[in-house]
Ligand binder design. Structure first.
Ligand code: NAD
Length: 417
């Protein structure tokens, strides 16, 4: 596996080029859509708890604001890079267009190791980062959300810092906030619920019964954990869960709430009384109906794509499959529900949160879930029908649909000069 294969921006470019060529997008439009509209790099001074001054580097990239304000998470990690943030920002543009919500795409990141930082240091970092990007963000401009290593608390700090500068409480500047600060019902489950909805659509398409379906989930966090919980509740068999330190497997289906309790008590999914331990690799290559990678990027590569064994691959994570793996999966006839569709439930309920904040009127959970389900089903059908009628795979179909929608918005708006 080459370094290039795992570069997320390179992967985003390859998918973009394939879709743009099939759409016969003109050169000028390709030039506009290929590059992010704006990229901001900031250097963030933070006083550490021991009195030392440290300077962190952060980014905010707005890939497109053609269809609405930029939308996308902020991640804190030691290996954040501008290329990664660019790729994630462009995926947000395509994701929002695939599900038809009125946002563009953005993403942010700060190079830091939150595991070695105190809560107070993280708060100071978040507030100063917000101050540095404050002219870039806003409910009508660019609306951040949580991503890797950021959470409800991070969003509350951003909202507060923004509001203090503007001298008015502005809840709609971020989504993924705590419920008591303008968050939405159903947001924590949204991405996992969206994955379940599209998986059920795929099962229906192939005439498969949920109660006879076996699923392997990689990543027992927000997306994978919620999806596993919701699917097991309706009788789908989760036969394995893969985590960083290994896999827990039970061919008859794992008791997911009990597994969650075991992890909460012991710190690991391993040695669970209701299953057997396997290595992470063994878990990934198990035969199953559905594989749901919901952990990180670059899991299904040119090295591993020939060894996985699902009928359906539902990409809960962003970028779990490299572009080089795409052809191998297509040759093996694996039905892919691509990330920009499969995990769009999160941004969809973020959109609901933004709408509710602006209306100052909050929906009950049932309404949130039913509207989410409606959008996910319609988007799944759109992508699959588009793929069938244009004779392309689901990933290319999703990109083509998205590119076409964003290009149309740009054509209608015209080029400001
Ligand atoms: P999370 O941090 O809550 O969970 C990730 C889980 O994956 C953790 O339990 C972690 O231990 C595990 N993990 C990490 N590396 C692993 C590895 N090599 N093998 C197996 N397990 C591993 O994160 P999350 O919010 O669930 O996000 C997961 C993915 O989904 C990311 O790619 C994220 O960008 C994407 N995503 C998340 C949302 C959302 O709403 N949370 C929305 C869209 C996309």
């Amino acid at each position: 596996m080459s370094m290039d294969e795992t570069n997320p921006w390179r992967n985003a470019e390859i998918r973009f080029d394939t879709a743009a060529e099939k759409l016969a997008l003109d050169d000028g439009m390709q030039k506009i859509l290929r590059k992010p509209a704006r990229e901001l790099t900031v250097h963030i001074p933070v006083t550490l708890d021991d009195g030392r001054l440290e300077v962190f580097t952060g980014f905010r990239v707005q890939h497109s604001i053609a269809r609405g304000p930029a939308k996308g998470g902020i991640r804190y990690a030691p290996d954040v890079s501008l290329d990664e943030v660019r790729a994630l920002a462009s995926w947000m543009t395509w994701k929002c267009a695939v599900v038809g919500i009125p946002f563009g795409g953005g993403k942010g990141g700060v190079i830091c190791d939150p595991n070695v930082m105190s809560n107070l240091e993280l708060e100071r970092l978040t507030r100063r980062y917000t101050a540095e990007i404050i002219d870039f963000i806003g409910p009508e401009k660019d609306v951040p959300a949580p991503d890797m290593n950021t959470n409800e608390q991070t969003m509350a700090w951003i909202m507060d810092t923004f509001s203090m500068h503007k001298r008015e409480t502005t809840t709609a500047v971020v989504t993924g906030k705590p419920f008591h600060l303008g968050g939405s019902r159903g947001r924590p489950e949204a991405t996992g619920r969206g994955c379940m909805t599209v998986i059920l659509q795929a099962l229906q398409k192939f005439g498969m019964k949920p109660e006879e379906t076996t699923v392997v989930v990689q990543g027992f966090g927000n997306v994978g954990g919620m999806a596993a919980k919701l699917m097991s509740k309706i009788g789908i068999k989760i036969i394995a869960v893969i985590e960083v330190d290994g896999t827990v497997h039970n061919a008859n289906g794992l008791d997911i709430p009990a597994l969650a309790a075991h992890r909460a008590a012991t710190g690991s999914i391993l040695d669970f009384p209701g299953g057997e331990n396997l290595t992470s690799e063994e878990g990934l290559f198990l035969k199953c109906d559905v594989l749901l990678p919901a952990a990180k990027e670059n899991v299904i590569t040119s090295q591993t794509a020939g060894k996985i064994n699902p009928k359906i691959l539902c990409e809960g994570a962003n970028g779990p499959t490299t572009a080089l793996a795409d052809q191998i999966l297509e040759d093996r006839n694996i039905f892919i529900i691509p990330d920009i569709l499969a995990n769009a439930g999160g941004v969809t309920v973020s959109y609901f949160e933004w709408v509710q904040d602006r209306q100052g009127y909050f929906w009950n959970e049932q309404l949130v879930n039913s509207r989410l389900e409606e959008i996910m089903i319609e988007s799944f059908q759109d992508v699959v029908h588009y793929g069938e009628s244009h004779k392309v795979n689901n990933r290319t179909a999703a990109y083509m649909l998205a590119l076409d929608r964003v290009a149309n918005a740009i054509r209608s708006r015209g080029i400001y000069a």
